[in-house]
Write a protein that binds this ligand. Sequence first.
Ligand SMILES: Cc1ncc(C[n+]2csc(CCOP(=O)(O)OP(=O)(O)O)c2C)c(N)n1
Ligand SMILES: [Mg+2]
Length: 827
Amino acid sequence: MAADPGPLPGTTLQALDAYWRAANYLSVGQIYLMANPLLAEPLRPEHIKPRLLGHWGTSPGLNFIWAHLSRAITAHGTEMMIVIGPGHGGPAALANTWLEGSYTEVYPSVPRNAAGMGALFRQFSFPGGVPSHVAPETPGSIHEGGELGYSLSHACGAAFDNPGLVVACVVGDGEAETGPMAASWHGCRFLDPARDGAVLPILHLNGYKIANPAVLARLPEDELDALLRGYGYLPRHVTGHEPSVMHQKMAAAVDECLAAIRDIQHRARGGGGGERARWPLIVLRTPKGWTGPAQVDGLPVEGTWRSHQVPLAEVRTNPAHLRQLEDWLGSYRPEELFDAEGAPRAELLGLVPPGPLRLGASPHANGGVLLRDLVLPDFRDYAVPVPAPGVHMSEPTRVLGGMLRDVMVRNAGAREGWRGQDKQGNFRVFGPDETESNRLGALLEVTGKTWEEAILPVDEHLAPDGRVMEILSEHTCQGWLEGYLLTGRHGLFSCYEAFIHIVDSMFNQHAKWLKISRALAWRRPVASLNYLLTSHVWRQDHNGFSHQDPGFIDHVVNKKAEVIRVYLPPDANTLLSVADHCLRSRDYVNVIVAGKQPCQDWLDMDAAVLHCTRGAGIWEWASTDDAGTEPDVVLACAGDVPTLEVLAAASILRKRLPDLRVRVVNVVDLMRLQPAIEHPHGMSDAEFDALFTSDRPVIFAYHGYPWLIHRLTYRRTGHANIHVRGYKEEGTTTTPFDMVVMNDMDRFHLVMDVIDRVPGLSRRAAWLRQEMADTRVRHRAWTREHGEDLPEVAGWAWPQPSRGPRRPGARTVGGKALAVPPGSRAR
Ligand SMILES: Cc1ncc(C[n+]2csc(CCOP(=O)(O)OP(=O)(O)O)c2C)c(N)n1
Ligand SMILES: [Mg+2]
């Protein structure tokens, strides 16, 4: 290969091209071959896989990029990781990790020899083998790329607080049409060159998607250039198809970009300047399916959408296709690339970086290896005093904010870099413009909200090195946090409950990633993804129906039980306890739904810890069933507003039907309701029956859509007796109590439910039932006239003094401290 003008000397160019050809050969081999990997004999149909699966079109471009990044890492000693947006190019990632040896280190059963190559080919998209996409199984990846759109936000998340790291991010030109990607271009506006690492986007303009051209690829170059500059990047365009020319252009572009990154960082880190960073970006314009068959059956394939998956579809049955495949594989000259034993020749491995600098071996891409525990304050120190249940009120998320503030302080410099760099922070809070609205403003006493653009006098709490990340894109928040967690750090996403649905699909992908990762011993556990959902359905006083949707929980519980946890702390102290637990946990998605509006404090800290450890339990101070007797009815609740209504209903019942034995059960860990065989937190049937009884009516007030409780409890003995009230999609801008009335979850309706369900009660308590129904009518009229809730509702308080403990030896609320050390939770 003649050396065209460019930075690469002839030998490097030869090695680079050989490496690329080898990766291309290995990519094609994975898609087609189940035997004869080195073409030791003429290809025959039985060498071909019966089902041809995988994506060729993107793979040669990905191989080209991987080869060039490896060369640059070796040349400059750069610490780099790669995020591959078009993750359907799994063959490329596998080919490269096998070539560079990182694959075999993780999977010794796939060695770098002919047998290993055979195994590599056969396992790909094969039953019992490996997925067609970049996946958790793929070394060097934090990103599946199966669902397109998240690469750049993942890359940014990886770069935060990793000052020595360059995250190369391949963005597909089709992927670039997605909504999440559109928002995530702004990521470069949130990278602090002084403190964070860099992201090097490589926009892969291969021109096509599955069956269509890609929009960005058809823009005139000046328009595309202007678009990317507008996003804050300085693009370098690498265009062509002649390999020797392209190698030189790409090598020059990568070198320039790395130099530009170093310069930006050097200036920001005290070497002069400090001006706004304009980050480099590469636009790589190459043919889709580059080096593959130019035509198949008379139709153009290379450089078109037809190369997207398997260009030669009938290789087993069509001899012409078989010969064409053989020619195609032969065009890479495998005899020059692999020795007689099938190992890659030393010449082409010269550009492979050493050890952990290989893209497939980056410790960042197996973030659990780098994970350090958070240094957590004792959550008990933030407890609100509860002299008796319901006497005081607090805003639970504001109370939590105090604790998060101190988590932030204690972890601002907690994690040393693996190459001995200075310690970096390892905790961030993410949210779409709502941190203060969600009453977590205490965080801003100790850190700012990340902002790299101009800051005006009117702005508050903005700082280039802030650790609260706000951008009005739930997708970007989620992607940043995922990238941050998967590279070994900790974080929390606080979001309005209704709008977390925007990331339903991203949650899906992360939960899938965790499920698979947990089964891979070499992937070390990462910190859990913690959602704090507040501004919830019942208290959307400002916003109304559009903001009322508790359905994220329903979505979450579809995922594997071992991965998901859902908590509904009913007050401030339970929220603190739950949050402490979630921040310590690993490899889960924790969903915490908690209120930000003033709410009664029901449990003192000791009681809160016990209750959260149980996950679900009897609130004896609110119950009237004595020890040794069975309740007539169970009033169950999950969520802060349902808890309030249940307690208010219980207070009516104890006053008006004093002989009725009512058991109040609160559920803070929703997964306790599932059978033990379905979820690790699930109660045994014996436990469940003891708590809820197997034959008494259970009136269950639940935070979300009522059917979920049925879904979780349908196997329980007493399921037919469980009657659930919850949100049934009745909402508007109205008073808090009108919301529960609209959904029949109010205290008066709960009392009516009890009267209707307890055998024999309906006749005896008909007068009370009528009064309750009338009160609902009165409430309606009152709110329509006065614009606020009935005084008896707005001023309701749990009757004091409480009845006190009913069972001998039962704990008194606010009584003697019970020694349950922090972190000693059962789950
Ligand atoms: C969100 C999402 N929508 C649709 C798809 C289906 N899909 C898989 S690959 C692809 C085309 C991708 O095109 P591009 O990003 O340009 O990748 P490349 O050309 O490199 O293959 C599509 C639409 C997907 N994977 N994810
Ligand atoms: Mg494309």
